[in-house]
Each structure stands twice: as C-alpha cells, then as structure tokens.
Ligand binder design. Structure first.
Ligand code: BDR
Ligand code: CA
Length: 315
C-alpha cells in the first residue's frame, strides 16, 4: 500500500518507519515538531533511513501547532529526540519542499490509493486539508496513534500527539476520510521487553542492534517517566492496520477532540453509547455519526513479533 508516514522521530517513530518499510510502498516521510524540534526530528528521520539504506523522500513540516505553542517530549526522547543510539550521519538531505505541499502533491499523484499514518501532532495533515479540500477524496485512509480513552501522558487523560495541536487533530478527525485510530491507553500495553531488546542487540545485525539500543533507551526513560516496564511500540501500532487486519480489532465510534481551555483540552471524547431509539432522543443527546474505527482488541505478542521480524530482516 502506498503510504506517507507523518511523524516526529522519536524512538518509537523510528522503529515504526523501519517496520513499515519492510511491508509498505513508502512514498515519503513527512516530519513534525513533537518529540523534538522539527529540525531534529527531520535529521533523525534522515539518519534512520541512512542506517537502513532506504532513500525515501523526507519533507520537513510544521514547527509549531496552529495556535500557541507545545512542549517538546525531551524527558522521554532526550536532547536529540533520539538519544541512546549511534546513528550514521545522513547520506541525503530533506527535500526543498514543505511537508504540507508534499502531502498534497503525493495525494494528487496517487489519488484513491494513498494511506497516511500520523504518529505525531496533526498540524501537517490539517494544513494540507485546509489548503486542498480535495484531499478528502484523494487520501484513501488515515491511521492515527494518539489520544486516549483512559490514562494519558502529558495530562491525566490526554496524549501528547493530540494535545500538541488539538485544533489540527479536530480538523483531521472531522475530515470524513476513513480513519483507523489507536489510543495511548492501548499502545502503552504493547511493550518491547528486555528479552526482545537483548535478542535484537545480540543478533549481530546492524539495524537490529541499533533498534535494540533505541528500545533500550526508550524503555529506561519510560520506566522512569511513565512507570512502564518495556519500550512501548506506540507508533508501530498505527502501521499495523496498513499491513495486516488480523492483529487489531476495531469498532466504529464517534470521536471528538475537546478544544476548550482547561483540564479537558486535548482529550479525545469517544461516544460508544448504543444508538438510542428516536423516543428517548428528546432527553438524551444523540450519538453523532461514526467517524473513526477505534482499536478495541489486539494481539500484543503477535504485534511485537512482527516488528522484531521486520527489523531482523535488515542486513
Ligand atoms: C506518542 O507520543 C510520542 O512521544 C511518541 O512518539 C508517540 O507518538 C505516545 O504518546
Ligand atoms: Ca511519535
């Protein structure tokens, strides 16, 4: 499947790119602020591609949300955005074209057959949708990691990828494009554990060793910051539905992003209520039409194994 990965590498984004590259026809990588500045996430994308001998176009995207500013996730991803691993200097440069224009150009070129995986803030895709409304017909599917229906990270019940730019996320979720969505409360349970990490580090393979280092650092920071005993494969979970349909089960729901200032800003509010009969609708607000397929069940071990198998496939 032709795919653009819109991301902020970032440890788990880096692994998602390498996983996706083994299965999908990647037409490009677009970058965004988030885990670090967009300059650093772009450099990291180029380094990861160089490590794996991949030469996809990389287009640098937005450096801030539509409104205001957003914190960078340095406490988890470090000063470089990808601390804990030695990566080669890039053998190529980013395009001289903004990510927003690249997204529109590629969606136009591959009308009806382009998927976009969003694993960072939604600013690039939201800007593209506003500039070129026909994107709604051109992009066949969006797969999103971000938001939560339970525990959050940056706030009690909000996840950084949505909270970094709630207005942009609102534009994307209400675009009408078919969306596969997986929330933080679920992806934080898809863990690459120490045993998996050792397997990668001991493999004797260059890319797998680097991924082992990436996951090792990420696990340590996650343990310290979020109390997780493993490296969560958040962003690879947005790649899974583009590759296989047997690892994650989805259910249709209506999802809204809370835009008000205050404790609820950036929350993803999911309506899972049964459709009410007409008779009760005078007293109960009606459930609005479903706009996303929400991940509800998953095979965690199988997901981790497919990621590891993909990574071990590199020389
Ligand atoms: C998300 O936040 C980022 O720091 C990770 O890369 C992931 O996309 C998890 O909440
Ligand atoms: Ca990310």
């Amino acid at each position: 499947m032709k795919t653009i990965i819109d991301c902020d590498p970032g440890h788990d984004d880096a692994i998602a790119i390498l996983y996706a590259a083994q299965h999908l026809d990647i037409v490009g990588i677009t970058t965004i602020f988030g885990n670090q500045t967009v300059e650093k996430t772009t450099l990291n994308a180029l380094k990861v591609l160089t490590l794996a001998g991949l030469d996809y176009p990389v287009a640098k995207g937005c450096d801030r949300p539509l409104i205001g500013s957003a914190p960078l996730a340095t406490d988890v991803h470090g000063a470089s955005g990808l601390d804990g691993v030695d990566l080669p200097e890039p053998s190529m440069q980013a395009l001289d074209q903004h990510a927003v224009s690249f997204l529109i150009e590629q969606a136009s070129r591959h009308r009806g057959e382009l998927a976009v995986a969003i694993t960072g803030a939604h600013t690039n895709v939201a800007m593209a949708l506003r500039l070129e409304p026909r994107l709604k017909e051109w992009i066949s599917r969006i797969s999103i990691m971000g938001g939560t229906t339970g525990i959050g990270n940056l706030k009690p019940q909000a996840c950084v990828n949505i909270l970094s730019d709630p207005e942009a996320a609102h534009i994307v979720f209400s675009s009408g494009i078919p969306i596969h969505w997986i929330g933080y409360e679920t992806t934080r349970t898809v863990l690459m554990e120490l045993g998996h990490i050792t397997r990668l580090r001991d493999s004797g393979k260059r890319v797998a060793r680097a991924v082992g280092d990436i996951a090792f650092y990420y696990r340590e920071r996650q343990l310290y910051v979020n109390g997780l005993n493993g490296a969560p494969m958040h962003d690879s979970c947005a790649i899974v539905p583009l590759i296989r349909n047997d690892l994650i089960r989805y259910q249709p729901v209506h999802l809204d992003v809370a835009l008000e200032q205050g404790i609820a800003r950036g929350m993803t509010v999911v309506d899972r209520r049964p459709l009410q009969p007409q008779a009760v609708l005078s007293s109960v607000s009606a459930r609005r039409p479903d706009n996303v397929l929400m991940a509800s069940e998953l095979d965690r071990q199988a997901i981790i194994e497919t990621i590891i198998t993909a990574v071990l496939n590199y020389p």
